[in-house]
Design a binder for this molecule. Structure first.
Ligand SMILES: [Zn+2]
Length: 467
């Protein structure tokens, strides 16, 4: 079965090459598609289309050429920041300390580039501790944001102007009349990842099929949930998709396999951290993310934290900004021939760690490794309070004996009890993103495991006799 599915996806990859040659994307469609994005650029005051064209060409340049250009761009960027008060305190990029959201919130005035006279874009994200983080970018950075996203869509077979279904929460799109007009011009429709009831999933699937959407773009967990729903149904609608791009969350091999099986098209992952100027995309090899280094100056610290300077942000100077993400870079050049360096893996957030009362810590990566070998597991979430750890597995095989896995966790973490539960809904963060690891004040308030239920029942049975 698995081999057959793989073959069908491979076939689609082949088909996609045919479509990319332009057989079902006419010159008229191409003209109108470009016109849509030209209009968007005009309205937003951006130059995404010009940058996209540029990136599509330079991505195949050699690593040396790309590195040399980045060096020149970094120098030019630093030169343009010389009037920024914070810049004056240091001489070279390596002298700057690593900064985070808290630092930026407290030092905003000294980071602003007042000699920049172009359009300013206000951005808001959730901070690591929940406090909102507000920052600004300029035309170039905002243009790179969209050019990077479009580049990942293009790699998945999308042509400009084709209908796109976006399945996500508030970190990916904002609502409002202006935004709705933008999405309308882009030919994109938003499907909310906040409400994912079976009825809603059914409606989403039918509408994505009926609307002949060519690309599905969204949170990895939301797309995965829709895929799982589809696989559980005997009557799957026929889709017109060319490909799928997931973003904002880690796409595990199991999730990718489920999504491709459900939709029958290849699924790509995209990785971005706009405030750090990070924009990266998977190529058809899907061995990692090509990092667009024309936009940023990245550094990987010893603890694998990704630190980056957005060299396209003309409005705000954020040198050596901590993304909070842990990554590994690949030493090997990619077989696709693209020269942008390859992020081999985004391991997770640096604060995605579980610690027990004895002070032992494990990163969420530990669980990713633990469950990688089990084909039947499509996704997981680990929740814990000080004493209990609950592993919620989404799995096709409900007969597995999980005790060897419990033992392996027990060797690394001293918790009083470990419960494995299966196919229960995941808890989402406020912006509807999937979290691999959750720390909860008291686990019993959130989860009802089989063991817990049994215990509660027996307590209740005993109580009347004691009274
Ligand atoms: Zn590649």
């Amino acid at each position: 079965m698995g081999v057959q599915c793989e073959a069908s996806v491979m076939l689609r990859l082949g088909e996609q090459e045919t479509t990319m040659a332009g057989f079902d994307y006419t010159l008229v469609q191409k003209w109108f598609g470009r016109a849509r994005f030209q209009l968007l650029d005009l309205m937003r005051g951006t130059q995404s289309l010009t940058l996209l064209k540029e990136l599509e060409a330079v991505q195949f340049e050699s690593q040396e050429v790309i590195r040399f250009r980045q060096k020149k761009m970094l120098e030019a960027y630093l030169d343009s920041m010389r009037d920024v008060p914070y810049y004056k305190k240091h001489k070279s990029i390596t002298e700057f300390p690593v900064i985070d959201k808290k630092f930026i919130n407290e030092n905003r005035e000294s980071l602003l580039n007042r000699s920049y006279g172009g359009k300013i874009f206000r951005k808001k994200t959730g901070g690591s501790t929940g406090e909102p983080f507000v920052y600004v970018t300029g035309v170039k950075s905002q243009s790179y944001l969209w050019a990077g996203i479009l580049l990942s869509w293009r790699t998945a077979g999308y042509h400009l102007g084709e209908p796109v279904a976006i399945l996500a929460g508030s970190s990916l799109f904002t609502s409002g009349i202006k935004q709705n007009i933008y999405y309308g011009i882009m030919n994109a429709r938003l499907f909310s990842a906040f409400e994912m009831s079976a009825k809603r999933l059914d409606t989403y699937a039918r509408e994505i099929a009926r609307g002949k959407y060519r690309l599905l773009y969204g949170y990895a967990s939301a797309v995965q949930e829709l895929a799982e729903y589809l696989l559980s149904r005997p009557d799957r609608p026929t889709f017109s998709l060319r490909g799928i791009v997931t973003t904002a969350e880690n796409l595990t091999p199991g999730m990718r396999e489920t999504i491709e099986r459900a939709f029958g098209v290849p699924c790509f992952s995209q990785y971005g951290c706009h405030d750090a100027g990070i924009s990266a995309y998977e190529c058809e090899q899907r061995k990692g993310f090509h990092l667009i280094t024309d936009r940023c100056y990245p550094e990987v610290l010893e603890d694998r934290r990704l630190v980056s300077t957005d060299i396209s942000n003309e409005a705000l100077f954020l040198p050596r900004y901590d993304t909070g993400d842990l990554i590994t870079m690949s030493d090997e050049p990619c077989a696709c021939g693209r020269g942008f360096p390859l992020i081999a893996a985004v391991i997770g957030r640096s604060n995605d760690v579980i610690s027990d009362q004895a002070g032992n810590t494990v990163h969420s990566e530990f669980f990713t490794h633990l469950f990688r070998e089990v084909q039947a597991i499509t996704a997981f979430q680990v929740a814990y309070d000080g004493r209990t750890l609950v592993v919620n597995l989404h799995t096709r095989d409900t007969d597995t004996d999980w005790s060897p896995y419990k033992e392996r966790i027990q060797k690394s973490l001293a918790v009083e009890r470990i419960d494995f539960i299966q196919n229960q809904p995941f808890m989402k963060s406020a912006n509807a993103k999937h979290k691999f690891v959750l720390k909860l004040p008291e686990i019993g308030l959130y989860y009802e495991t089989d063991d817990c239920t049994a215990k509660e029942k027996s307590d209740k049975d005993e109580n009347p006799h004691q009274a």
